[in-house]
Design a protein around this ligand. Structure first.
Ligand code: MOS
Length: 746
């Protein structure tokens, strides 16, 4: 069967598919409930597991009254450190590179309040919940370390902290630079513990068939989970299948397998039934990471003209008693501004709280608060416009890595955002704008996040009806992965995006990395692009070698793709449809696979997304209420794959920045170590009513070096700089310098 319709190329969409503000391809399934999240997968015979968590912050579990709970209706098993099976990989977990240390009932130690210490499995969820509630536990209590300041006096011995690279940097001579300075800032900034609150809590359904395990998991990294679970249970990775077609937000907290994933698998094996384990909102405070507290000392020196002579950024952050996870708050500091003398260092202090982890822009979110606030202080000390100070210290080259930038459009971002905000006309002096009881202020900051990528693979397939399927084992964490991957493939193949079906979220698909570090678009995107190109090449080769094809004998380079066809660029009337090509070649789908690995580019170029963010704040003089009626951001992130989902990433990041500046704070009781505000009623994140106008502009940027598709990634840059811009605006409104988050006009 051949397709008789020959469409001229002029019918191809005028707007390129990549970049277009395409609606999310998974939008309808999501709003109609057809999109199934991990806990919603219907697995016949599944029973329910509920975590039992410690009520002390440090010590040992002495006794658990398991027998009483085992007798309760519907209870199938009560797992504790006494009866839980030994997991072959547990003892070695600490030695695996970048491995987390879960608490999986392998010993009686308690390291924080809320730590998993048991699992109750029952036929019904309510029975498991009641069993967990009734389980009597006695402890040998030790005094927990819950005070950051005293922990600070005895920093943790750490050799290979996980989370930052490098831990310290130095160039030039900071002391000499400070001597030369006519203006200095030396200030300490504090950011609090914070907890990820994705709408969907962590959830796992574990199904064993013999020694093969299937996990339906809410995760940012299906292959991370597969690897960790296989190692922990001592089984080959091929025996573990992880499925995650939709994840309801992760923000770093779902980057790998936490204790609950292993415990779900353990429980399922124990009871011989599929087991579903969903964390309660309260259980997400502690066992699945969070942002640590940071105390950051920033020292800046500058000449009269604002030129920086010295930067020192010393960070202290907490980790847990379990592992050495480091929030790399100084990560941007040696790169962001030109300066000959720069020193950064990080110190960890150990506390009896849950292990910290990646949380949207780990490092930059906290670090830009300190650095960009200190730059503002320096600007006022020099009586310079804060934007002008940044322009005078613009880094034309990455001095940390001594490399050129693959592209950098920060100056354009400053200009565009300043113009849209109306920065130029404002009074420079702080405390000079008032309206009724409102003190009004304006502030700005630089936004930055690195552009990196991981290896990825993809498979593209042309079906007999001219539709394409593309497969890559990535994840959809709400960012728009389904949509942008569909666009990339549709663009290469010249297909209507509605005729491309993209599959992700299954470890039976080609391997891809974790959806984190703003890397998915660049990583999986490059693989999808390569697979689609390979498929087009394969189809072109079939057509041009086939005497029955109108394209017979044409050189492949002269072909273009559009509207489901390959056609001769100089003579679009010579065209062949994909359906016809497939039909003439036996009618079986045509496939192509591609692997994409980071190349030499990352050694030759420094690649970062940059942006500028400007805010207006209003501070109620009597009540101390802070409002943020306006945020204007301009960002350069290489090629924008979808104007709508890209904007959505930036808006989301900015909203979180407002929350981080004004609301978010995880409170831990200093005596018991209990998480005090472990729910969405008391852990405050912004609601619509808290958010004013957000204006996001993308500065067009063509980066030929960063990766084959010119994409830098936008998942994290949006939160960076926002907290400092708000604190700087509060200073401008009130003459009060707020160096601790969340900002409170106490
Ligand atoms: Mo993100 S904090 O790299 O998931």
């Amino acid at each position: 069967m051949s397709d008789p319709v020959v469409r001229p190329a002029e019918d191809a969409p005028a707007l390129p598919i990549v970049g277009a503000p395409l609606d999310r391809v998974d939008g309808v399934p999501k709003v109609t409930g057809r999109a199934r999240y991990a806990a919603e997968i219907e697995v016949p015979g599944a029973v329910h597991a509920v975590l039992v968590t410690s009520t002390i912050a440090r010590g040992r579990v002495r006794q658990m009254d398991v027998a009483a709970v085992e007798r309760m209706p519907g209870v199938l098993a009560v797992l504790t450190h006494e009866n839980a099976p030994r997991l072959p990989g547990y003892e070695r977990a600490a030695q695996w590179p970048a491995s987390r240390i879960p608490t999986v009932l392998q010993n009686d130690a308690v390291h924080y309040n809320g730590q998993p210490i048991g699992v109750v499995v029952a036929e019904q969820l309510e029975q498991a919940l009641e069993g967990a509630r009734q389980l009597r536990v006695s402890y040998a209590v030790e005094t927990p370390q819950l005070d950051f300041a005293s922990a600070h006096e005895a920093p943790a011995e750490t050799t290979h902290p996980f989370g930052v690279e490098p831990k310290e940097t130095a160039r030039g001579d900071v002391e000499a630079g400070l001597e030369q300075a006519v203006a200095r800032v030396d200030a300490t900034f504090v950011t609090p513990l914070q907890t990820h609150n994705p709408m969907e809590p962590h959830a796992t359904i574990a199904v064993w068939e013999g020694d093969e395990l299937t996990l339906y998991d809410s995760t940012q990294g299906i292959f991370n989970v597969r690897g960790a679970v296989a190692r922990m249970f001592g089984i080959p990775p091929e025996h573990v299948r992880v499925i995650s077609r939709y994840t309801g937000g992760g923000f770093g907290s779902k980057g790998g397998a936490w204790s609950s994933v292993f415990l779900a698998a353990m429980a399922a094996r124990q009871v011989g039934r599929p087991v579903k384990l969903v964390l309660t909102r309260q259980q997400m405070f502690g066992p699945v990471g969070g942002r640590p507290r940071t105390v950051q000392r920033l020292t800046l020196g500058a000449k009269r003209d604002g030129t920086l002579t010295a930067i020192r950024h010393l960070v202290t952050a907490n980790t847990s008693a379990l592992e050495d996870w480091l929030e790399p708050s100084a990560i941007q500091t040696p790169m962001l501004y030109a300066c000959p003398n720069v020193e950064t260092d990080h110190t960890l202090v150990r506390m009896n709280i849950g292990s910290p982890t990646f949380m949207r822009a780990p490092g930059e979110a906290t670090g830009t608060f300190a650095l960009e606030s200190a730059m503002d202080e320096l600007a006022y000390a020099l009586r310079l416009d804060p934007l002008e100070l940044r322009l005078r210290n613009h880094a034309d080259r990455d001095q940390l890595r001594d490399l050129p930038f693959s592209s950098k459009s920060l100056r354009e971002c400053y200009a565009v955002a300043a113009e849209r905000f109306g920065w130029a006309g404002r009074p420079l002096d702080p405390g000079s704008l008032r309206e009724g009881y409102w003190d009004i202020g304006f502030g700005m900051a630089t936004a930055t996040y690195p552009a990196r990528r991981m290896p990825g693979s993809a498979l593209a397939r042309m079906l007999p009806d001219g539709r394409a399927e593309v497969r890559a084992g990535s994840q959809e964490i709400g960012t728009g992965t389904y949509t942008v991957m569909t666009q990339i493939a549709a663009d290469v193949l010249g297909l209507d995006p509605a005729r491309v079906h993209f599959y992700l979220g299954d470890t039976t698909l080609p391997q891809n990395g974790v959806s984190a570090g703003s890397m998915t678009a660049a990583s999986a995107g490059t693989a999808v692009h390569a697979a689609a190109c390979a498929l087009r090449t394969a189809l072109a080769a079939m057509a041009t070698a086939d005497s029955r094809s109108p394209l017979y004998g044409v050189a492949e380079e002269s072909l273009r793709a559009g509207d489901g066809h390959l056609f001769v660029e100089s003579d679009p009337s010579r065209s062949d449809s994909y359906a016809a090509i497939v039909a003439r070649n036996g009618g079986a789908p045509v496939e192509a696979k591609a692997d994409a690995r980071p190349g030499e580019e990352s050694k030759r170029w420094s690649s970062h997304a940059f942006g500028a963010v400007f805010v207006e704040v209003r501070v109620d003089r009597d009540l101390g209420t802070i409002r943020v009626p306006r945020v204007v951001g301009a960002y350069a992130g290489g090629r924008i794959l979808n104007a709508k989902t890209a904007r959505s990433q930036l808006v989301g990041g900015i909203v979180w920045g407002v929350g981080m500046a004004l609301m978010e704070e995880t409170l831990v009781d200093p005596h018991s170590g209990r998480y005090v505000n472990a729910d969405l009623a008391e852990y405050h994140v912004p609601t619509n009513a808290d958010i004013g106008a957000i204006d996001v502009t993308f500065v067009e940027e063509h980066d030929p070096h960063v990766n084959p598709i010119g994409v830098k990634g936008l998942g994290e840059i949006g939160i960076t700089g926002v907290t400092a811009a708000i604190a700087n605006a509060v200073w401008h409104a009130t003459r009060r310098r707020m160096r601790e988050l969340p900002i409170r006009m106490r």
